[in-house]
Design a protein around this ligand. Sequence first.
Ligand code: TYM
Length: 329
Amino acid sequence: METVLSGIRSTGHLHLGNYFGALRNYIKMQDEYNCFFFIADLHSLTTHPHPDDFHSGVKTILTEYLASGLDPEKSAIFVQSDVPEIVELYVLLNMIAYKGELERTAAFKEKVRKNPENVNAGLLTYPVLMAADILVHRANKVPVGKDQEQHLEMARLLARRFNNLYGVELFPEPQAFNFGSDLVKVPGLDGSGKMGKSEGNGIYLFDDEKTIHKKVMKAVTDAGPVEQNSKMAEPVENLFTLLKIVSAPETVVQFKEAFNNCTIRYGDLKKQLATDICRHTLPIREKIEEIYKDEAFLQRVIKRGTEKARESASATLYEAKKAVGFRSF
Ligand code: TYM
């Protein structure tokens, strides 16, 4: 049976990008694959979160995973730092990851541009830790959004390089996965770029109905089309992209026609969009509060998930260390 793995950093709340880019795909895979889903708390350390907030960040994401439909009966749900085998494999993989190729990744360059004062080594080797997350379970499929495509490429490269260097066939090459189509990029509401936790342009699964309507109504648009069948400006195209993700196909066609014949009213489009977003997120929001309070349940989920993850990870690490030449006395 093929193995599926994915993870999300433990910062803030889950937004529509996380949900539609990665999580929802994963949830649909739970019945058919050997499944792992984790909270990347070590990855979140690149931005030095305050120690008082660190654990609650993990708890928030765990709660939102479960509220979204991750099923602890079907998937191993765990916290990255509870599986030290990941860190050990990360050290081994760091020895075959080269500075030049790490510096060339788009996510790294973007982080350097945005935060030139915090270009730490953890940021540079972020894709190596991610590769360790994936390879330690010998995962075949990784449901992620489009922004992670290059990191998956790096995981494949390191898998190949390790196998070749040590003459083994230990690691399969993991593929980014989205059901039957291209990877998704969920746009933000600010007119350009992707929805992100740090961009302030997101809608969260945690947002209430009023907040969602308010955010969507404030989304950037333009003055409206003046010519039939004109090209959409990026902010408007982004709203259509969101509509395609959350609404029925007829709704998209209806607004597209209104755009093409210049009768569209962006207010109506936004109202529909907000209503359809709420249809997806409000049932999740309702469960979040209840699950967050149930400490005993959260503990059970993590205990069980950690056991399964460590069992799988230690079997791989044993093989990897053997291949490298480690022997015990
Ligand atoms: P993170 O926490 O930034 O995002 C988690 C997942 O959500 C997806 N995503 C999006 N998809 C579409 N549109 C968007 N606007 C959008 N924003 C976020 C991401 O593609 C990702 O799938 N490095 C990872 C976490 C990670 C991981 C891993 C993932 C660590 N190790 C191993 C998979 C496998 C990250 O920072 O994701």
